[in-house]
Design a protein around this ligand. Structure first.
Ligand code: F6R
Length: 254
């Protein structure tokens, strides 16, 4: 795991956008794994800016998002489909049929999760998976307790995750209780993984990910098993890391 501490959240977003751009330059038909959430918003803003300036095209790329809420249609204002359309897809040249999220309102969500895993495999797997981290160490919606071997499936959302996402919904009762998420094994099967964390609220989860035990108690710790994992942090998110550990991890992976 390569950990980079950058001067601020804007630098984290710019570096992440640069890694996406390099991936597409090397392989214009790359399959990108995408995430929603506040951490990703500046990354998508930067990708849109690069696209508008003519530097970056998604015309041959495909994408698979990590997750979607069970019960929400793609047009629901709180859905991750809608968030991705607004932040990225509708503002770039992604082909509409090349962007994928699990269908939250599928009649059989478990079957949809299995089909989603199959679609990822059929697309040749993911070249670069972007992700954030939950305050409880989740990646995708793999909450603590998720098996490191898990694949795409229906999961219950932890109370702290529902509380963190309450801001996107009108009422408490509107916050979904379940999601379809890629599993931890699905995420680890991406050829490269890129995790971003900004802000002091993520400091404990980041420290546990990097320095705690590798296991289901902190799903993000599984990234330490990946041969090409990069973590981009701002100083606030990195505040609880032991500097010696950061140096060791950087040295190990160049
Ligand atoms: C979103 C996702 C989540 C978020 C995480 C951090 O698709 O899978 O794991 O990345 O909850 O969310 P923010 O960035 O809003 O703090």
């Amino acid at each position: 795991m390569n950990i980079l501490i950058l001067p601020d959240a804007a630098a984290v977003a710019a570096r992440a956008a640069g890694i996406v751009a390099r991936t597409l330059q090397a392989k214009p038909d790359a399959v990108l794994g995408l995430a929603t959430g506040g951490t990703m918003q500046p990354v998508y803003a930067e990708l849109v800016r690069r696209h508008r300036s003519g530097d970056l095209s998604f015309a041959r790329a495909a994408s698979f998002n990590l997750d979607e809420y069970v019960g929400l249609s793609r047009d629901h204002p709180g859905s991750y489909h809608r968030a991705m359309e607004t932040a990225l897809f509708a503002q770039t040249d992604f082909r509409p049929h090349a962007t994928h999220l699990p269908r939250g309102d599928a009649p059989d969500p478990m079957a949809e999760a299995v089909a989603y895993e199959t679609r990822i495999t059929a697309a040749g797997g993911i070249d670069l998976q972007l992700m954030g981290i939950g305050i409880n160490g989740h990646i995708g919606f793999n909450e603590p307790g998720s098996a490191l071997t898990s694949q795409s499936r229906v999961v219950p959302l932890a109370p702290e995750t529902r509380a963190a996402n309450r801001r996107y919904f009108d009422r408490d009762a509107d916050v979904p209780t379940q999601a379809i998420t890629m599993g931890i094994a699905t995420i680890l099967s991406a050829r490269a993984c890129l995790l971003l964390a900004t802000g002091a609220a993520k400091a404990q989860a980041v420290a546990t990910m990097a320095m705690g035990e590798i296991g289901p108690a902190c799903p993000a710790s599984a990234l330490r098993l990946h041969g090409d994992g990069t973590v981009l942090l701002d100083p606030a998110a990195a505040a609880l890391l032991d500097p010696a550990i950061v140096a060791t991890m950087d040295a190990a992976h160049g």
